[in-house]
Design a protein around this ligand. Structure first.
Ligand SMILES: [Zn+2]
Length: 173
């Protein structure tokens, strides 16, 4: 018994600063844009070590390629456009925790910290409660796939907004 909790189970910590919340709100906006374009509601933003937004994307799977997750696109963008040091210093903000494919891509290209709004476990719970099918890939946490990546989330203040987007998708199905 005792010992500190696993690092990915964020306990009550200092509130997230306004700058980080702004990046996360942009992720939610991108997720909303994706939903409205017929895609699944996921959006992500890559911010460099100086705090500048360098790239952003949203889910784009309606063309039939289900690997087109924003976090995967950002990992590829980073590999092509950032030095190894810049990648390490970057933070990827995202509306939903990376899936195992995206966690692996993030780690393979050497990106730094991840901050997500809703966890993979939360999404799994919601889909199950709504009677919707689960993803074809097990909802492992980022830490289970890429233990060296620093991760923060869920960000409680924005979880209801992300949940509402997924609810809209579920209702559409
Ligand atoms: Zn993914």
């Amino acid at each position: 018994m005792g010992g500190s909790p696993a690092p990915w189970h964020r306990q009550k910590e200092a509130p997230m600063d306004e700058r980080e919340l702004t990046h996360l709100r942009r992720c939610v906006e991108l997720a909303t844009e994706a939903l409205e374009a017929g895609d699944e509601p996921f959006g992500s933003v890559l911010v460099d070590g100086a705090g500048t937004v360098r790239a952003e994307d949203r889910n784009r799977i309606t063309d039939g390629d289900a690997t087109r997750h924003p976090e995967f696109e950002l990992a590829r963008w980073a590999a092509e456009n950032l030095t190894p040091q810049e990648r390490q210093d970057a933070t990827v903000y995202t509306s939903g925790e990376h899936c195992p494919m995206c966690s692996a891509a993030h780690a393979w290209v050497g990106l730094g910290r991840i901050v997500y709004v809703a966890s993979a476990a939360q999404l799994t719970e919601w889909l199950s409660a709504w009677g919707r099918p689960q993803a074809p890939v097990r909802a492992l946490s980022v830490q289970e796939v890429a233990p060296s990546v620093q991760v923060e989330g869920p960000v409680d203040a924005l979880v209801p907004v992300v949940q509402a987007l997924h609810r809209r998708l579920a209702d559409r199905a």
